[in-house]
Design a protein around this ligand. Structure first.
Ligand code: FDA
Length: 405
């Protein structure tokens, strides 16, 4: 049963979702003397922050710029990133005694803390700045009233109620990991207001191999190799990890955001050396050596043995034919993989696609067609690489929206 609508005047805005974007938005609004109500359907705020970076939270990347984001409009995020920079993120956390330590490739983690300390910064600030947080409360619908205000329908303690507000922030994240609270609320709300959606897909996600090939990958499960992985659009140099069902590891997660079903990806297993140069050199000094022995030195014994399916590993280097060398060169430097699919939203770190950026002002993140309605964070078609980029977008979006509430 829907209760009577009560006009709430004590909040300047209602933020739906106490994730990275919603929490930053509430705190920044608080600094400006505005009061917000944050509605979160989990029993705690920042669920994804808590599990991020293996519980350590890779909260930004020193080299973040619009170039590390996928969006139909590659320029869209530039305004938000100019308004809230990486330096701003670093300074913000330093103010609350979280100093950054670079792990690799510009990825910043709390030097002496964990992800829970990052969430604590926000919950403490929400308290200090008099922002209200309702947990265990799910917003199920939003409608716009004739006086331009919004009515939110929500479920709290088994009861359905409504609340009115002049400004609404949709910070409900993307589709990955529904058991952690992910919903399609952002997409659904945008559609309801006639806004376009860029097709969504799991991103930063492991890729699967099925059929005859699967056994080959399975035997290598646990092996990790530093590679260059590429497709028509982009290339990444990081580790790949073989698993029972296919491929994972940072380089695979990165390329997965640019991969579409049916497409192939390519792997250079020896990105900074030439296998033909190595063989030529070894043929001069140790030509009786088996190819398998040479490959065991470059990779692991297990991997060299597994390459026996494709390469003449029992031949010694002196007897390799021109055709053999061509096969070896192709396989080592252009290893082709055609994934069957991805591990899906249950294992994805982010969602690609989302609310079409053409529907939003890049300066304020307000919906062009629906004044007073803002979208930020993962529900928008701005998807970052692996490495702290997605939080940088969520913080920046939260900051930008707060300036306009
Ligand atoms: P986020 O998902 O954080 O928050 C949305 C909130 O809205 C959730 O709390 C949800 O419960 C709530 N909600 C949804 N629908 C609702 C409704 N109808 N009513 C009420 N509440 C509702 N990124 C990075 O930069 N560095 C990292 O180290 C990692 N690591 C990482 C690990 C793993 C395992 C995952 C799955 C993801 C990451 N990420 C990451 C990505 C990062 O977590 C993600 O990009 C941000 O959390 C997105 O922030 P948002 O605030 O947009 O959504």
């Amino acid at each position: 049963m829907v209760a009577k609508i009560t006009k709430q005047t004590q909040f300047d805005a209602i933020i739906i979702g106490a994730g990275a974007c919603g929490l930053m938005c509430a705190v920044q609004a608080g600094y400006l003397g505005k009061r917000t109500l944050i509605i979160e359907h989990n029993d705690k705020p920042g669920a994804k922050i808590l599990i991020s970076g293996g519980g350590r939270c890779n909260y930004t990347n020193m080299y973040a710029s619009a170039a590390q984001f996928i969006s139909q409009n590659e320029h869209f995020a530039k305004s938000a990133f100019a308004q809230w920079t990486v330096e701003d993120t670093i300074t913000f956390f330093e103010t609350y005694e979280i100093d950054g330590a670079e792990k690799t490739l510009g990825q910043l983690f709390p030097a002496n803390g964990k992800a829970k300390d990052v969430v604590q910064v926000f919950t403490d600030l929400c308290d200090q700045l008099d922002q209200t947080l309702w947990l265990d409360t799910k917003v199920t619908d939003i409608s716009k009233n004739e006086d331009e205000s919004f009515t939110l329908t929500y479920e709290r303690y088994g009861k359905t109620s409504t609340i009115n507000t002049d400004k609404v922030v949709i910070a409900t994240g993307g589709l990955p990991i529904s058991k952690m609270g992910a919903t399609d609320f952002g997409i659904r709300t945008a559609r309801k207001f006639g806004m376009k959606i860029v097709e969504t897909a799991p991103a930063l996600v492991p890729l699967t191999i099925t059929g005859k090939q699967q056994n080959w990958y399975e035997q290598l499960s646990g092996s990790s190799i530093f590679c260059r992985v590429w497709n028509d659009e982009i290339s990444f140099e990081e580790n790949i990890l073989f698993t029972h069902w296919g491929l994972s590891g940072p380089a695979i997660l990165q390329i997965s955001s640019y991969w579409k079903p049916g497409e192939s990806i390519y792997i250079d297993l020896l990105p900074h050396q030439s296998i033909l140069d190595i063989i030529t050199e070894e043929q001069r000094t140790n030509s009786k050596q088996l190819l398998q022995t040479l490959l065991s030195g470059l990779f692991t014994r297990k991997f060299a043995e597994a390459l026996g399916l494709y390469l003449p590993i029992t031949k010694n280097l002196a007897t390799l034919s021109k055709a053999d060398l061509e096969t070896i060169n192709n396989l080592i430097h252009t290893f082709k993989v055609t994934p069957a699919g991805s591990k899906g939203y249950d294992k994805a770190e982010v969602m690609r696609g989302g609310v079409d950026t053409n529907e939003l002002s890049s300066k304020t993140l307000e919906a062009k067609k629906v004044p007073g309605l803002f979208f930020g964070g993962e529900c928008v078609d701005v998807t970052g690489w692996l490495g702290g980029y997605n939080f940088q977008w969520a913080w920046a979006a939260g900051f930008v929206i707060a300036q306009n509430l």
